[in-house]
Design a protein around this ligand. Structure first.
Ligand code: URA
Length: 246
């Protein structure tokens, strides 16, 4: 079996955003870094970087942040953006300030528009990110949609047909699932990730989306107890659920 990766203590903590290597050496000398209850005074010591580190290491009396390999599920509230390209507060501002200095950086897995709420995954694991967004994986994403006008009645067939063309594109969408809840509410499950895709799907069918919320990725539901703006680390089972058929 491959052993756990190891890192110099100062490099590990600098990459987790705790300060410069020099500052970390200062914390170590002051006895503020403890592993399994014992002070680690040598910032050059090599540490096995295991997922249980937060249970074993303390920095100034607080559990160390989760090491790289972090995946989070977050309930994105309305009004925050996933990209610098959109105006407004970034979703990263919902994370602890120190986490914004992590290397590797935490990124969103795909994006939700500023006016879309719901389940958003974030990770610092590039391989995991690409596995989730890869068209080959075809991970289904379910959106709850509120519409401005009653549906006409032909939308389920159009969405299922694999022939729906979005404005300005020449490649039709893949077949998707539309489940009608009432005449202005539906759930739509898509396996692609095109720009403003769900809003543009309904625009292409003569309607207008007035509310959009993602509640499921793969077989992973937005946890009912996760309030808008809240997040938590994902466990192995939740990561596996993303890839399980929805
Ligand atoms: N489709 C949209 O239109 N917006 C999103 O945020 C996600 C899917």
């Amino acid at each position: 079996m491959k052993g756990a990766p190891s890192s110099r203590l100062d490099k590990l903590l600098a990459n987790l955003g705790y300060g410069s290597r020099r500052e970390i050496a200062g914390l170590a000398r002051a006895g503020l870094i403890r592993l399994d209850g014992q002070p680690l005074r040598d910032a050059a010591a090599r540490i096995a970087v295991t997922p249980d580190l937060p249970a074993r290491m303390e920095i100034d009396g607080e559990p160390v942040d989760p090491p790289p390999g972090l995946a989070l599920l977050l309930h994105k509230p309305l009004g925050v953006t996933c990209s610098h390209k959109e105006a407004g507060p970034l979703v990263y501002a919902l994370l602890p300030e120190r986490w914004r200095r992590r290397d590797p950086a935490i990124s969103t897995v795909g994006r939700l528009d500023k006016e879309t709420s719901g389940l958003l995954l974030l990770t610092d694991d590039g391989a995991l990110l690409h596995r989730i967004i890869s068209p080959k994986a075809a991970v289904p994403k379910r959106y709850r949609v509120a519409l401005d006008r009653p549906m006409r009645g032909d939308e389920v067939g159009i969405v299922a047909s694999g022939g729906l063309l979005l404005e300005g594109e020449d490649k039709p969408l893949l077949p998707a699932l539309l489940e009608v809840e009432d005449e202005t509410h539906a759930a739509v499950t898509v396996t692609e990730g095109r720009y403003h895709m769900v809003r543009r799907m309904f625009a292409a069918m003569g309607n207008h989306v007035v509310g959009l919320h993602r509640d499921r990725i793969g077989a992973l539901d937005l946890p009912a107890d996760l309030k808008p703006g809240a997040f938590r680390p994902m466990g192995e089972t939740e990561i596996a659920a993303v890839f399980a058929a929805g």
